[in-house]
Design a protein around this ligand. Structure first.
Ligand SMILES: Nc1ncnc2c1ncn2[C@@H]1O[C@H](COP(=O)(O)OP(=O)(O)OP(=O)(O)O)[C@@H](O)[C@H]1O
Ligand SMILES: [Mg+2]
Length: 702
């Protein structure tokens, strides 16, 4: 049904009715009207109240039935027990959108949750764009609408923000007022009975008055929808979110290694990364990015110039730069020549450009003009420490910088280090709509985030391919397991699936007796690996159920007896089918883990990492949501810390990356093909410079 909601009626209503309007100052039903008036709302306000005749100078309508047909927006502040009745009345007059500020619904559970379900169904059936319940309301400074009970009017601007927390909404607004950061739209989403972040993102993505989207989220209701919508938005404008609740509940009950490592937060981070959403790790980063993105243009390359009146901070900034993908290239020789004419001889004509502790407005302005004119640079950080000269000239310095910043397309970030003595400059920059920092590190982090976003916008389209496979053959194995009520498909059963997906399996055969085992080994060729085969034994090594490097028939027979007897003793509950005899992968392979876990919101989350016994401790892993593109498969391998180890350290040959990418794409396809598979481990996938071998596989079922 989404898309059929009239969000224009919600954000830019021509007529607003307040159901539960009050003549008493301080009551929500009064504050909302006062806020609308204070915002300079130019449409019609209709207070609805059975007892009053006039509220804040506006004539009152007795009941909903008295409202005009096709009303744009109704704001409900009536007590909880009257909300559903009011909504039913509003349906009769064909209301287009509504905001239920009233609380006491899903968030309290029980009866409240039941009531919310009824309201939800009513709105969905009648295409009512509903915000809330249990929210603060909505602001649209571009159209002078403020239907919240939040104190204070924000400044108009080009950021639009949505929040799943009403309390944070007020904090963000207050911070923005203090920092002179302006907003276009501001939405408190509340319980999201109808409209959620995906609807809002779609609207803001197309909104010409919004150039930066910010969001505070606790959860996403429909992950697939979010991905689909937000991907479109990040093509056009940055989306910066703070997502709280990073604990990985549910991970404990995992059946696989992948399951125990991949928590819900990994799914969120991966979804954000894959859709170009910028995740702020803290509120301070969120605010820094809000002002940087809204006040400066995007750096068109990684080259950063630093201008400073002090050596130490220049070095600090250079250090901070080292940790990022930004580069501190040197000025062009023509720039150096020009700089020599305008700066004192003791200045350093390198990057960072140290213009001297006694630099005044002339030096700062001249230096910045030369640097922004130099094509070597894509962004500039201007550092000032309040030395006695700088402090004396601070207003002139600031004004000179502002004048230059206003004339260039390049992003310039003033970083005046201090508090008391630089406060005048901070105000001047805020009023001039220039981003301002007091420390170099957050400034540089913000510049890098903007640069990365610029790269994201320019990125190539991804290529998706469906690997050739025999789905029916794999389905037969999965269905058979489901039919028997199994919770897992263990290695010996999964061999057919590997074959069906053309994965690089190792020759293997199931043996039910020691003689069969010896015969199978002769056929495969020595050395072989022998592994316990039992539907109930998932982690084979835990029962001493894996023997590698068996060199002859005698060793195989002995291993069969030893392994099956020990397993029977250790796991009397398990039915032991026999042993899997497997070709031994060549010496010198590296162990990789590939796996997936189906996330409730986002679907299968695929994991790639260095395998072996330390995987849970080292957690050197990277994630992608399924389906993986060819580029994803290529990149995810290069994201782990030990990638260099795989690429070949100290003269060693690198592994065959194409073969790993091939396995990744096939595992991705398997996860997409079979929703019954909840978790999977391909652990290890052994790989050398020649090829990969899938040496173990475990699939968990619903
Ligand atoms: N065919 C093979 N060739 C070479 N080494 C092998 C082979 N099969 C298994 N191994 C080695 O034995 C180890 C244990 O085998 P396997 O992964 O099958 O057992 P597991 O106990 O089920 O593992 P886990 O529970 O840790 O996933 C592997 O990690 C690998 O080092
Ligand atoms: Mg294993």
């Amino acid at each position: 049904m989404s898309g059929s909601y009239d969000l224009n009626a919600l954000f830019a209503p021509k007529v607003v009715a307040i159901i539960g309007a009050s003549a008493t100052p301080g009551k929500i039903g009064n504050t909302v009207i006062q806020n609308l008036i204070d915002a300079g709302y130019e449409g019609k306000i209709i207070p609805v109240n059975p007892k009053s005749t006039e509220i804040l100078g506006r004539p009152v309508v007795k009941d909903v039935a008295g409202l005009p047909h096709g009303l744009d927006l109704a704001v409900l502040t009536v007590p909880k027990q009257f909300v559903l009745g009011s909504m039913e009345e509003l349906v009769k007059i064909g209301v287009k959108s509504a905001i239920i500020i009233t609380a006491g619904f899903k968030e309290v559970g029980g009866e409240g949750a039941e009531l919310e379900k009824k309201i939800q169904a009513l709105c969905i059936k009648n295409n009512i764009a509903l915000v809330g319940p249990n929210c603060l309301g909505l602001i649209n400074m571009s159209d002078k609408v403020n239907v919240t009970f939040a104190p204070g009017q924000p400044l108009p601007g080009r950021i639009s923000c949505f929040s799943q927390s009403g309390a944070l909404f007020t904090s963000i607004l207050d911070w923005a007022l203090g920092e002179k950061v302006g907003f276009s739209k501001f939405i408190s989403l509340g319980n999201e009975a109808v409209l959620n972040e995906s609807h809002i993102l779609e609207y803001l993505g197309n909104d010409p008055d919004t150039s930066v989207v910010m969001g505070y989220m606790e959860n996403i209701i429909d992950g697939q929808k979010f991905i689909e919508k937000v991907k479109e938005v990040t093509r056009k404008k940055p989306v910066v979110v703070v997502k709280s609740g990073v604990s990985s509940a549910g991970a404990k009950a995992a059946a696989s290694h992948t399951g125990s490592i991949a928590g819900a937060d990994n799914a969120y981070s991966t979804a954000f990364k894959q859709t170009g959403v910028i995740r702020a790790q803290s509120m301070s980063e969120f605010f820094n990015l809000a002002q940087a993105f809204s006040k400066a243009s995007l750096p068109q390359g990684p080259n950063l110039a630093i201008i400073t009146n002090a050596g130490g901070p220049g070095i600090m900034a250079t250090d901070a730069c080292e940790k990022t993908s930004l580069k501190m290239v040197q000025p062009a020789s023509a720039t150096i020549e020009s700089l020599k004419k305008v700066l004192p001889s003791y200045a350093s004509f390198r990057n960072p450009l140290a213009i001297g502790g006694d630099a005044t407005a002339t030096a700062y302005k001249a230096a910045l003009e030369e640097i922004v004119a130099d094509d070597s640079f894509n962004a500039v950080l201007v550092i000032l420490t309040p030395t006695s000269t700088a402090f004396e000239h601070i207003e002139a310095i600031t004004q000179g910088l502002i004048d230059t910043i206003k004339k260039t397309d390049k992003p310039v970030f003033p970083c005046f280090m201090g508090k008391e003595r630089i406060s005048i400059a901070e105000k001047m920059f805020q009023n001039a709509d220039v981003p301002f920092f007091t420390f170099p590190e957050p400034a540089i982090e913000s510049i890098e985030t903007m640069y990365k976003y610029a790269q994201w916008k320019e990125r190539e389209e991804m290529t998706y391919v469906v690997p050739e496979r025999d789905k029916a053959k794999a389905a037969a194995v999965v269905e058979e397991a489901v039919k028997t009520g199994a919770t897992e498909i263990v290695e010996y059963q999964a061999q057919q699936i590997l074959k069906a997906y053309n994965m690089p399996a190792l020759a293997s055969d199931l043996a039910t007796t020691a003689d069969e085992a010896a015969a199978a080994a002769e056929k495969i060729g020595f050395p072989v690996v022998l592994k316990i085969a039992s539907v109930q034994i998932s982690h084979k090594s835990d029962v001493g159920g894996v023997k590698v490097g068996l060199k002859n028939a005698g060793e195989v027979r002995a291993a069969f007896t030893e392994v099956t007897e020990r397993a029977a003793k250790m796991r009397p509950d398990a039915h032991i089918t026999g042993c899997l005899i497997q070709q031994m992968a060549p010496k010198g392979t590296k162990e990789i883990i590939i796996g997936f876990k189906r996330d409730a919101q986002f679907g299968p989350l695929l994991m790639f990492g260095l395998g072996g016994i330390y995987v849970e401790i080292l957690k050197d892993i990277a994630f992608r949501l399924v389906p993986l593109s060819k580029e994803d498969a290529h990149n995810v391998i290069r994201e782990i810390k030990t990638y260099k180890l795989l690429a070949g350290a100290r003269g060693e040959k690198g592994v065959n990356f194409e073969s790993l990418e091939d396995v990744l794409l096939k595992v991705s396809q398997l996860a997409a093909d079979f929703p019954q598979l909840t978790e999977a481990d391909f652990n290890p996938v052994l790989v050398n410079s020649e090829r990969a071998y899938v040496a173990d596989v475990r699939l968990a079922l619903k």
